[in-house]
Design a protein around this ligand. Structure first.
Ligand SMILES: [Fe+2]
Ligand SMILES: [Fe+2]
Length: 258
């Protein structure tokens, strides 16, 4: 099974390029299933149901999210009704939605877990405390990927080792900067600390760079806007063998012109 994973999709530029390129990329990477992190899809903050629907219609099978998931209020009800769109598992159990799902593909089932890191992101519970319970919900599902949406590299690396041999892949998101450490760990779990971003590179992690600089230089509040130029799609392709272990993990980047 080949899993095509897109890192944080930022605003209209990221969304539109993903929708335009997805059919070709599905073919090029022989993808059986497509997962995208959608926490920044709507104006850089959160995910409106209409935008989630647009991505699902374009061929995304599962959308994960992260710390920005609650920014669009109308997502609350939608998360409760739509099992293909996840919020981090380790928020309060009473919060809308779910953090685990299973998708059927012609190559078998894929379980997806969405977790939020502790540092700066304030989940209700530690991802390390709850991950076993999340995996119990996926008993009998051999292929499982985990999107650990987290700030700290150490937290993500540690989770990779914690889950090595127990899931097919641990893929980090949130920093919007791709790391150079993609590899298959010794017991068969594909790992990368951060898969990158689908958005503008003429930016500071997706936001217009002039505005971010103004904030850093003035130390005063500045309203952020999503940057629009030099848009790229970044992510990873994970090949999973019939035993549920990863065979390979390959980062990719695709520009508007490529
Ligand atoms: Fe993000
Ligand atoms: Fe985030």
């Amino acid at each position: 099974m080949n899993v095509l994973f897109f890192a944080d999709v930022v605003g209209r530029p990221g969304r539109e390029l993903l929708v335009a390129k997805l059919p070709g990329l599905r073919e090029r990477f022989e993808a059986d299933v497509v997962v995208a992190n959608g926490e920044n899809v709507t104006d850089g903050k959160g995910l409106k149901p209409s935008h989630a629907e647009a991505l699902l219609r374009a061929g995304v099978d599962v959308i994960t999210t992260g710390n920005h998931v609650w920014r669009q209020r109308d997502i609350y009800r939608y998360l409760s009704d739509e099992p293909r769109v996840l919020r981090p598992y380790n928020f309060l159990e009473s919060n809308p939605g779910r953090g685990v799902t299973v998708v059927d593909t012609h190559s078998g089932r894929l379980g997806v877990v969405n977790l939020l890191g502790d540092l700066y992101l304030y989940p209700a519970r530690s991802p390390f405390e709850v991950v076993d319970r999340a995996l119990e919900e996926l008993q009998g599902v051999r292929n499982v990927i985990v999107d650990l949406h987290a700030e700290a590299t150490s937290e993500k690396v540690a989770m990779g080792w914690h889950l090595d041999g127990r899931v097919s892949a641990v893929i980090g998101t949130h920093t919007h900067v791709r790391t150079a450490d993609a590899r298959v760990l010794p017991r068969g779990t594909a790992y990368i600390t951060d898969a990158g971003m689908c958005g503008s590179r003429d930016s500071v992690i997706g936001v217009k760079k002039e505005l971010v600089l103004e904030r850093f230089l003035s130390q005063l509040p500045v309203r952020f806007e999503v940057a629009t130029d030099d848009v790229w799609l970044e992510g990873v392709v994970v090949e999973i063998g019939s035993d549920g272990h990863a065979r390979s993990i390959e980062p990719f980047e695709v520009g508007a012109m490529s």
